[in-house]
Design a protein. Structure first.
Length: 89
């Protein structure tokens, strides 16, 4: 399930649910301690564009990449959090 609005006019909104089809990690990283570089999710009714260089990726799969959130504490310290805007549902 998406946990933030990505493209509201295409239905990629907070709460949209469907199926994870492929998970890619950066070359040289492993699954331990690293976020995937991209998670492809197939959403019903979504038809994207052919993406050159991404062989074997269906145009109905949406690439979801890690998002960074930043905020400042009352003490003025800047905090960041990087996570995929996805959760199990």
């Amino acid at each position: 399930m998406l946990t933030r609005n990505l493209w509201t006019s295409k239905g990629l909104v907070n709460g949209a649910q469907d199926v994870v089809k492929k998970i890619w990690f950066d070359h040289g990283s492993n699954a331990h301690g690293h976020l995937p570089a991209v998670v492809f999710v197939q959403f019903d009714g979504y038809t994207g564009l052919e993406t050159p260089g991404w062989q074997g990726i269906d145009p109905s799969w949406v690439p979801i990449v890690p998002a960074v959130a930043c905020w400042e504490t009352k003490a003025g310290k800047v905090l960041t959090c990087t996570q995929l805007p996805l959760m199990m549902a």
